[in-house]
Design a protein around this ligand. Structure first.
Ligand code: FES
Ligand SMILES: [Fe+2]
Length: 451
């Protein structure tokens, strides 16, 4: 196994461009990152009833997630165990069983092989059907509505994998009774980019907001978002925090309790919702999260490929399709406590900004594709790219888990994202992957040199 950890510098501040284009690096990512980490599968709200199923991907593996009769959730490789045909072709639905198109083998929602055509006449009743059930994803677990799967039996539990990130996830997942849901259809976009580039773009790159999105910001009249001016002429750093050191997970946060909704052309109704429901959020989350984080723009990243953005209210997963291609799947996120008109407003706004034809998404797509393309040439791929902004300026903050840099323009989170990538790529298995328990905040100080 080649050691690709050297493609990232020790502090995560420099990356060799080869890592965005080399098929061999990508192959190792499929094994050591997508084959090892907990990956987002579905939101429980998308498969509420027994028999409900949802088709997704773990890395490049086609996966079928199915709500069981006892309401638990199982996930299977979506491939027939006879001759390997794709089993289910629908994206989602409700089924009593799954029958293969090729020769008609049928599997129950629990994965058991339940029917083999011509079992008596052609197999002479000698086939042991119990040997040919669907292959289950090794681990499936939920955290407050988000369902994850993992191919590695030796991975830490989902709760441990998320670690201190749960404290930040709860700002969205647990602020109001009833939790969250995803609404609308899956918005699928194919982008010719390496999967790491959109993740780092959203996890930490506040630098591009006032520049790449200047036109979009002007169009939705959110020129004051977190102290940005259109064209990056200035930014008030105290308007936000970059929070990382969370085992590859990270948070980009404004901290004023309302600015997430500054992207909405007419947000009076949403601001009223925040005002009316803030006492509940404070009761459930405490003053710091209820006042400062709930309603703020938060970019939450769960390593490696899940991001959700309370405020802009979308949740997205990036499915890699080779070193230079992804499918980006997006949904609008709502709190179940929201009235119907606010939910509709959120869906409309999400489509306007970060939908398939969204103003902001189109700004990003071209930049990400070009950065990927510019990593391919024989000479160019030997060059480095940089995330060295505000290095060494992070530390612990009372009451907040993680290693924290001031401002959402710092490249701090990207460094930690690449550090985690490096740690996984260097490790033969989970035993060699360091776990930082930042509950104590002590580890955050130990890691401060990384920033
Ligand atoms: S490949 Fe599915 S029944 Fe033969
Ligand atoms: Fe962007």
């Amino acid at each position: 196994m080649t050691d690709y950890a050297g493609l990232v510098s020790a502090a995560g501040a420099m990356q060799r461009r080869q890592m965005y284009a080399d098929p061999a690096v990508y192959e190792q990512e499929l094994e050591r990152i997508f084959g090892r980490c907990w990956l987002f599968l579905v939101h429980e709200s998308q498969i509420p009833q027994p028999g409900d199923f949802f088709r997704t991907f773990m890395g490049e593996d086609d996966v079928l997630v199915v709500r069981q009769k006892d309401r638990s959730i199982k996930a299977f490789l979506n491939t027939c165990t006879h001759r390997g045909n794709r089993l289910c072709r629908a994206d989602r639905g409700n089924a009593k069983a799954f029958a293969c198109n090729y020769h008609g083998w049928a599997f129950g929602t629990d994965g058991a092989l339940v029917n083999v055509p011509l079992e008596k006449d052609a197999y002479f009743s000698e086939i042991d059907k119990s040997r040919f059930g669907l292959v289950e994803v090794d681990q499936v677990a939920s955290y407050k509505g988000l369902v994850f799967g993992c191919f590695d039996r030796n991975a830490p539990s989902l709760a441990d994998y998320l670690g201190d990130m749960k404290w930040y996830l709860d700002v969205w997942l647990d602020a109001q009774p009833g939790g969250s849901a995803l609404i609308g259809e899956t918005q699928k976009v194919e982008l010719m980019t390496n999967w790491k580039l959109p993740v780092e773009n959203v996890c930490g790159d506040g630098y591009h907001l006032g520049w790449a999105h200047a036109g979009a910001m002007k169009a939705v009249q959110s020129m004051d978002f977190s102290g940005f001016t259109v064209g990056n002429a200035s930014v008030e750093l105290e308007g936000g925090l970059s929070i990382a050191g969370l085992n590859g997970h990270s948070v980009l946060a404004t901290v004023d309790g309302v600015s997430g909704y500054s992207f909405y052309p007419d947000n009076a109704g949403i601001l009223r919702y925040l005002e009316q429901n803030r006492p509940t959020a404070i009761e459930r989350l405490g003053r710091l999260r209820g006042e400062k984080l709930w309603g703020s723009q938060l970019n939450l990243t769960v390593f490696p490929n899940l991001q959700f953005l309370p405020g802009l209210n979308w949740l997205r997963v990036y499915h890699p399709k080779g070193p230079g291609r992804i499918e980006q799947w997006t949904w609008a996120m709502v709190e179940n406590a929201m009235p119907a008109d606010i939910k509709q407003r959120i869906l409309d706004n999400q489509l306007l900004t970060f939908g398939p034809a969204g103003l902001f998404d189109n700004d990003d797509g071209d930049n990400l594709a070009a950065c990927t393309e510019q990593s391919r040439g024989w000479r160019t791929r030997q060059l480095d790219v940089h995330t060295n902004m505000a290095q060494g300026r992070s530390g612990a903050r009372p009451g907040l888990p993680g290693d924290i840099a001031v401002g959402v323009v710092s490249e701090h989170n990207q460094r930690y994202f690449y550090r985690r990538w490096q740690e996984h790529m260097a490790a033969a298995d989970w035993r060699a992957v360091p776990q930082y328990n930042l509950n104590s905040l002590q580890d955050a100080k130990d890691l401060a040199h990384v920033g």
